[in-house]
Design a binder for this molecule. Structure first.
Ligand code: CA
Length: 444
């Protein structure tokens, strides 16, 4: 588990003045990584680090060869068009680069003058997904979400007996993961409405978002090797926000017996910035189980997990509709939750994923599963907020929603704060629903 060091010092200030604003997502204590280029420029994508409202161009910085020691090859890996090689170097190399960048960006840095030309305003860049994601696994770690959804799908048996013992997941689709800013068409699928007598082909009428935390794997593992819980976090590069778009009517018809397929594989949106576990070190929280609940099996339990295995990460969903935007109505906050309430931790996800010898590769992505909290306004999906479409949610401006409509824009936000430390944010994960394409022609 990452420990506190000089890069977390709450007294640090940057020569990039916007990094010093009290509500900034990207103060000098954060230093998350992304892959970017100037919008519409045709430039090569390369790594960047966020500072205030700017990106420090790590490709250009590498050209200056400013660092010594293990920070130098780490910076070189960040000049590539994806960060897989950087992530593969592991936490020590990422930590060395973080320390060097922290030195270079602090207010009293002698490098400030010649590094200023390497800053690009974030409003003038476009992103791609930080890594080439080889495999994407979506977990189901919020028991509050599992219970709420279980009650809708199986009222007589909401929580299956394995839930409290096994970190449940399915293998998702990596090819349709896109960075924030994505616009995607409402998917078409096979549905079987309750009143129908046969399945139908239709554009989904129950399109939903899922508020999730994304976990990028850093140093990979060998096939046949299991990662013990104590070493699990050394294989994690960092966290982002993730929206696992879901077509609920397709899902309810297709999901048994092997889990979701077309209901989930048409789009997944991630925030561009990946916040390292090291940056999150001040915001760790004890991991526990409520009294009376079973302890995990021993391979998923240890003292370090109990002391600080959870992460106190605030999460929010915001929605605005086409009509709200046209009328100048600001986005509505749909819900808020905290990753601290997750039934399973990041380390438990890694340890369980590799239990049978499955290897992980740098840049692999985990989704945490929808992060819902215990209260009704902490539900991380419309399925829960609208009680399966039975209870419309009222929006400012007079509209209401059970599920998403064309033109709806969903924005996820995440941040950590704790007295005595500087607040850090994960930025935003935004995407917009477009109308469905035409249904395939009937056979003639
Ligand atoms: Ca999910």
């Amino acid at each position: 588990m990452a420990v506190l060091n000089a890069t977390h010092d709450p007294g640090l200030r940057s020569w990039v003045s916007t990094a010093n604003l009290p509500d900034a997502d990207f103060p000098i204590q954060n230093l998350p990584f992304a892959v970017f280029r100037r919008t519409g420029s045709g430039e090569s994508f390369r790594g960047g680090v966020a500072i205030g409202d700017c990106v420090l161009d790590l490709g250009a910085l590498h050209g200056l060869d400013p660092f010594r020691g293990s920070a130098a090859p780490a910076l070189g890996a960040c000049a590539a068009p994806r960060l897989n090689a950087f992530m593969a170097l592991g936490e020590e190399a990422a930590g060395a680069l973080r320390a060097a960048l922290s030195q270079a960006l602090r207010a009293d840095s002698p490098d400030a003058q010649h590094l200023r030309s390497l800053l690009v305003p974030q409003h003038a860049v476009e992103y791609r997904v930080a890594a080439d994601v080889g495999d994407y696994t979506d977990f189901y770690t919020s028991i509050h979400h599992a219970l709420a959804v279980g009650r809708l799908f199986r009222p007589d048996n909401p929580l299956l007996p394995n839930y409290k013992w096994v970190p449940i997941a399915y293998h998702g689709r990596a090819s349709s993961i896109r960075p924030s800013g994505q616009e995607f068409a409402r998917p078409v699928g096979q549905v079987f409405p309750p009143a129908a007598t046969a399945p139908q082909l239709a554009a989904t009428r129950r399109l939903d978002y899922e508020l999730e935390v994304g976990v990028f794997i850093g140093r990979g593992t060998e096939l046949g090797t299991r990662v013990p819980l104590a070493a699990a976090e050394s294989h994690v590069f960092g966290l982002c926000l993730l929206n696992d778009w879901s077509a609920r009517d397709v899902q309810s018809w297709e999901y048994q017996p092997l889990g979701p397929f077309l209901s989930k594989n048409f789009a997944t949106t991630v925030s561009p910035w990946v916040v390292t576990l090291e940056a999150l070190a001040p915001f760790r929280a004890p991991w526990s189980r409520p009294a009376g609940e079973p302890a995990p099996l021993p391979y998923l339990d240890d003292a370090a997990l109990r002391a600080g295995g959870a992460i106190d990460l605030n999460l929010e969903v915001w929605l605005d509709t086409a009509r709200m935007r046209a009328a100048g109505v600001p986005p509505a906050r749909m819900s808020h939750s905290n990753f601290r309430d997750s039934w399973w931790s990041v380390a438990q996800m890694v340890a369980h994923h590799t239990l049978g010898g499955c290897n992980l590769r740098a840049g692999d992505l985990f989704g945490s599963g929808t992060q819902s909290g215990p209260a009704a306004d902490q539900a991380g999906s419309l399925l829960e907020l609208s009680a399966g479409g039975q209870r419309p949610v009222r929006l400012p401006g007079g509209e209401q929603r059970t599920f998403l409509e064309d033109g709806d824009r969903v924005r996820l936000r995440g941040w950590c704060e704790r007295p005595g430390y500087v607040r850090i944010g994960l930025g935003e994960c935004v995407a917009t629903v477009l109308p469905a394409s035409a249904l395939p022609d009937a056979a003639t």
